[in-house]
Design a protein around this ligand. Structure first.
Ligand code: HEM
Ligand code: FES
Length: 786
């Protein structure tokens, strides 16, 4: 076939999309293959150096394509890959550890001579065998168990850094990042520490054998190494059987075998012993090397991390998203299926390029940007998703956090040395073979502050996915201006003069008021179009909880503060025809931003602003200049009050009411809006009305997790969120009191007892989503899409 330009429209229900010139190849379903798809070669340097960039064309134009070189369908978009992970019956993981490149007879004979019989572990096991085994072996991975490994990881990290800190130069991979994860992996598995170099060679051979394309002359050497690895694994296991009482995961498996011999089989144990060493160490070594490379390639970001190590948990997550250590994974189609509109016959093999999904603009805004404050970074698919999602993810996260923290404290002046990065050519396990860094040892902070070598209270490791609430941002106070009696306006700018994060009307920020535990929320009141600064107004409240007193007493121009956000729980419906804005006192802050936006959008609006006296009411002149007749001021000292009954007497289906102010005013509003359409009234909530969980008033129930294939009991004294975390399921959270919407999960069945203030009445009644941090089951069971 001559190369021709083809239609760029996405064809559904049949062929994959074919773009640009066509090759002479055909898919197994008989469709033409584009030239770019035909050229796709994951063993080339282009893929090795940057897999998401290498398949950008596919992600953007031909998201599922047939690769004739690989004999696989290649899937590149986030939603398609997540849908595949979600359904492990139609998309079986059975080929996850199969050789991607079939080897020749000689190599096969070598492997056979070692009795090599790597079979099903967990990662490549089908149902119904997989889930009972996963459940039987999960205990060692739960957060309480993982905590025990933290001191050892930290001690190892310190010792290894000691070895090279005075040299001014190191290859972090060779001198630290391979050996520590290997030592931790062996310790976790309960395997005696052996010759590390030999195990490293074995691991690489296993990677090449499984995901690589060794040349015929290399295949035999690889087969010998893999065969030896297999026999080594068998010997370690035999020895362990003599004394299965140790604390490692493999000993735990041996003990479980006694109770459940048909679930934890001999074949599983031998295969897992070998695959487990690789799964637990190579992934984490590569992930840390990728992370350090990425951070040092962004010196501004590295500096921020060094200055504020509380950013580390989210930085780790963003590194795993942006440059993770597993670039692609595999599934096989068990019955005819469609993915992203493409028909895939039973038997099709899929290379799902998770690293490409992690750069999909459809899921991650500005996906190529390395942003350690990205609040959905932990949605990445580097650990897979669903019933086979990585069991060791929280051990890996812990190790990575500790390594980064030790480097940030002891070697903040480290930089990348000039070098060309090389990778072991393969589709899946990815990290630089060497990572040379350099620094001036005379500048080592601990030469002047020896205590830095060993801080007693390092930044706490976060076991599990990072909390959005922990992501802080430094700001400088540009000005403090009195704007009314007892009210100051703060203008906050970035320390380096860069743009501030974008925000929408109704958003707020949290300010750390002198101590990480004292943080207060303030609505943004400036102009969202002003990219240079964020503005808040703070009323001094002597009877408050101390935040506003602190701001008034201590904050002055030039000070540095830490903020979190902006975040928005108080959205303006920009499609509304009419809006009534009602503000009481300092409640004018979010409302003023909303009214400004309504004006810009040409919404028909009125703004009602009440206060004790004009002297106590901020921004009156500005508001009057901007809104003219639409502004109505109600100052009680002048005998005026906002007659809510009259204002809201006639309900209007096209009008939305937005209010912020004292609780008394909001309560009155609720009563006056009772006859209005559902969800017409929107109020800003800063504090939850939930109170703490009272176990004597609650009942226990179960949540069935459809995607993960497990059922998690929720005790009466537990939230759904904490029960999910204890079961190692990632769910984002922030406020943890039903205010912010971060922990929303989809509900597939069961009646929800909603306790949040985020969902609208209509959403509650639909019952298809809930906030996991506070809402519960009305009855005994909920089914969630997790
Ligand atoms: C499964 C990645 C660290 C143990 C997986 C899967 C991926 C993965 C992609 C397959 C997921 C799926 O099919 O949905 C990673 C990465 C790591 C890491 C990127 C480090 C950054 C670890 C560690 C351990 C571990 C440290 C053990 C201590 C496992 C196990 C499974 C698994 C047992 C199989 C789970 C199952 O199929 O039920 N991992 N892993 N991993 N990982 Fe990890
Ligand atoms: Fe904020 Fe649940 S974490 S609503």
């Amino acid at each position: 076939m001559n190369p021709v330009e083809v239609d760029t429209a996405r064809r559904t229900g049949g062929c994959p999309v074919a773009h640009g010139p066509l090759s002479s190849e055909r898919t197994p379903t008989g469709c033409p293959v584009s030239q770019r798809a035909a050229d796709f070669d994951p063993f080339e340097d282009g893929y090795q150096q940057d897999p998401p960039e290498y398949v950008r064309w596919a992600r953007e134009q031909e998201p599922i394509f047939w690769s004739p070189k690989l004999n696989y369908w290649v899937v590149t978009r986030y939603d398609d890959i997540k849908a595949i992970f979600r359904d492990n019956i139609t998309f079986s993981p059975a080929i996850a550890l199969e050789k991607i490149t079939p080897t020749g007879e000689e190599a096969n004979a070598v492997l056979a001579s070692y009795g090599f019989a790597l079979n099903r572990t967990l990662v490549n096991e089908d149902e119904p065998a997989h889930m009972p085994r996963r459940r039987a072996l999960m205990h060692s991975f739960i957060p309480e168990e993982l905590k025990h490994h933290e001191p050892m990881v930290r001690e190892l990290a310190r010792e290894y850094v000691d070895r090279f800190i005075d040299d001014g130069r190191a290859d972090l991979v060779d001198q630290m990042l391979w050996e520590i994860p290997l030592t931790v992996a062996l310790h976790f598995l309960g395997v005696p520490e052996e010759d590390m170099d030999t195990l490293r060679k074995y691991s690489i051979a296993h990677t090449v054998n499984t995901w690589g394309r060794p040349k015929p002359e290399e295949q035999v050497a690889v087969a010998h190494a893999v065969g030896n690895f297999w026999q080594y694994a068998g010997k370690v296991l035999d020895k362990m059987r003599e004394n299965p009482e140790g604390g490692g995961w493999m000993q735990y498996g041996l003990r479980r075998q006694r109770e459940l011999p048909e679930v934890v089989t001999d074949s599983y144990l031998h295969s897992m012993m070998m695959a487990g060493i690789v799964a637990a160490h190579e992934t984490t070594a590569n992930a840390t090397a990728n992370a350090m490379k990425l951070l040092l390639q962004h010196p501004d970001v590295w500096r921020e991390v060094c200055e504020d190590p509380s950013l580390i948990p989210n930085a780790v997550e963003e590194c795993l998203r942006h440059n993770g250590s597993v670039a692609a994974w595999r599934r096989i189609v068990t019955s005819d299926a469609q993915v992203g509109g493409v028909d895939l016959p039973a038997g099709s093999k899929l290379l799902i390029v998770t690293s490409s999904a992690n750069h999909d603009e459809g899921h991650f805004a500005d996906a190529d940007l390395f942003d350690i404050r990205r609040d959905n970074a932990s949605d990445h698919l580097t650990f897979g998703y669903g019933s086979h999602q990585c069991m060791g993810k929280n051990l890996a996260r812990m190790e990575m956090q500790i390594f980064l923290e030790e480097f940030a404290r002891r070697l903040p002046h480290m930089r990348l040395a000039p070098q060309k990065f090389s990778y072991v050519p393969n589709t899946s396990f990815r990290g630089p073979e060497h990572l040379w860094v350099e620094w001036d040892p005379n500048q080592n902070p601990e030469r002047t502050q020896p205590a830095l070598r060993h801080v007693d209270e390092p930044v706490p490791v976060r076991i599990g996915e990072p909390s959005k609430g922990a992501i802080t941002r430094p700001v400088v106070v540009e000005s403090v201006t009195p704007v009314a009696e007892g009210i100051v306006k703060l203008r906050l700018v970035a320390p380096d003069g860069r743009a501030m994060p974008r925000w929408a009307a109704g958003s707020h920020i949290d300010i750390e008021c002198g101590h990480p535990d004292l943080s207060r929320q303030y609505s943004l009141c400036g102009d969202p179009a002003d990219a240079h600064a964020l503005e808040i107004a703070v009323l001094r409240e002597p009877a408050g909880r101390g935040g506003s007193e602190w701001v008034h007493a201590h904050v002055k121009a030039g000070d540095k503060l830490k903020i979190r956000g902006p975040r928005n729980h108080f959205h303006l419906d920009e499609s509304t025809r009419k809006a009534i804005f009602i503000a009481g006192g300092i409640g004018i802050t979010p409302v003023s931003a909303m009214a400004r936006r309504a004006k810009e959008l040409g919404i028909d609006y009125e703004l009602h602003y009440s206060g004790r006296s004009r002297e106590t009411m901020a921004f009156l002149d500005e508001l009057s200049a901007l809104h003219g007749e639409r502004l109505q001021v109600h100052a009680s000292s002048e005998g005026q009050r906002n007659d809510l009954a009259a204002l809201l007497a006639t309900p209007d289906a096209d009008t939305q009411v937005y209010a912020c102010g004292p609780v008394r005013m909001l309560k009155a509003l609720e009563a006056h809006c009772a006859h209005w359409p559902e969800d017409a009234l929107h109020v800003e909530h800063f504090e939850s009305t939930l109170g703490t969980l009272d176990p004597s008033q609650e009942h226990a129930f179960e949540v069935e997790l459809k995607d993960s294939g497990i059922t998690v009991p929720v005790r009466a004294d537990q939230t759904v969120l904490s029960a999910l975390r204890a079961a190692n399921i990632d769910v984002q959270s922030d406020c943890e009191e039903g205010l912010c919407g971060s922990c929303e999960v989809r509900v597939l069945a069961g009646k929800v007892d909603h306790r949040d203030v985020v969902l609208t009445r209509a959403e509650r009644e639909a019952g298809t989503k809930m906030m996991a941090c506070c809402s519960r089951a009305c009855d005994g069971r909920l089914v969630l899409e997790l």
